[in-house]
Design a protein around this ligand. Structure first.
Ligand code: E4P
Length: 216
C-alpha cells in the first residue's frame, strides 16, 4: 500500500520523505489555508521534495473553470495530480484531463456509486473519506470494501486512495481490504511505528549492552 502525507507542511513532508516511506502528498484548500503559504509556491516546493503524485485541488465548481485552473496547476511540475470534487463537472473534468494523460484524484467520495462513476471517468485515484464517513454514523471501511469489490469486478485501474484517515486502525483495515493508497496526517503516519513493547525491548537491550562494557 502506498503512503501519502495529507498535509502542506514542508517540514513534515521533508521528515517523512527522508525515511524513504513516502509515496506522495495530498493537499486540499483547508490544508493550504492552515499552512499560511501561497498555494502555487508551496505546491511547487512539495513537488520538488517528493517524486510521487502531489494532489492540488481546483476550487472552481464548473467544468470550464476547473479546466482553466487545472491548466495552471499542471504546469507546476510533472508530478502534480489534479484534484477535483465528485460532482458532474468534476467527473467531466476528470475524463478530459485523464484522456490527455494528466493524473486526477477525484475527491470527496462518500458512496460506492460515486466511486464507480469516478472509475468510469478514468480517475487515477478516487478518495473516499473514511473519517468523515464514520463521524456521520456510516461505516467508512465498509465503503472501502464495497469499492474494492466493484473495482475488482470490472478490473478498473483507478486506485483507491483512502482519505480522512484518523488513526492506525484505519490504516490497518484499509491494508487488509487491499486499498491501493492511504493518505494520513504526518502524526498518524509517524504513530504507526510506535509500540510499547518495542520501546520496552530497546530499553532492556540498551541496559544489558551497557553492562557488557563493549562497543561496536
Ligand atoms: C484527502 O485528500 C483529504 O485532504 C483529507 O484526507 C481530508 O481529511 P479530513 O477529513 O481529516 O479533513
Amino acid at each position: 500500500m502506498k503512503f501519502f502525507a495529507d498535509t502542506a507542511e514542508i517540514a513534515d513532508i521533508k521528515e517523512l520523505a527522508a525515511t524513504g516511506l513516502l509515496d506522495g502528498v495530498t493537499t486540499n484548500p483547508s490544508l493550504i489555508m492552515k499552512s499560511g503559504r501561497d498555494f502555487m509556491e508551496v505546491t511547487r516546493e512539495i513537488c520538488g521534495i517528493v517524486d510521487g503524485p502531489v494532489s492540488a485541488e481546483v476550487v472552481a465548481l464548473d467544468h470550464a473553470g476547473m479546466m482553466r485552473e487545472a491548466e495552471v496547476l499542471r504546469k507546476i511540475a510533472d508530478n502534480v495530480c489534479i484534484k477535483v470534487p465528485l460532482t458532474i463537472d468534476g467527473l467531466q473534468t476528470c475524463k478530459a484531463l485523464t484522456s490527455d494523460g494528466t493524473m486526477v484524484n477525484v475527491t470527496l467520495c462518500f458512496s460506492a456509486n460515486q466511486a464507480l462513476l469516478a472509475a468510469k471517468a478514468g480517475a487515477t485515484f478516487v478518495s473516499p473519506f473514511v473519517g468523515r464517513h464514520d463521524d456521520n454514523g456510516f461505516d467508512g471501511m465498509e465503503l472501502i470494501s464495497d469499492i474494492r469489490l466493484i473495482y475488482d469486478n470490472y478490473d478498473f485501474e483507478t486506485e483507491i486512495l483512502v482519505a480522512s484517515v484518523r488513526h492506525g486502525l484505519h490504516v490497518l483495515q484499509a491494508a487488509k481490504i487491499g486499498a491501493d493508497v492511504m493518505t494520513a496526517p504526518p502524526a498518524v503516519i509517524k504513530g504507526l511505528v510506535k509500540h510499547v513493547l518495542t520501546d520496552k525491548g530497546i530499553e532492556g537491550f540498551m541496559a544489558d549492552w551497557a553492562k557488557t562494557g563493549q562497543s561496536i
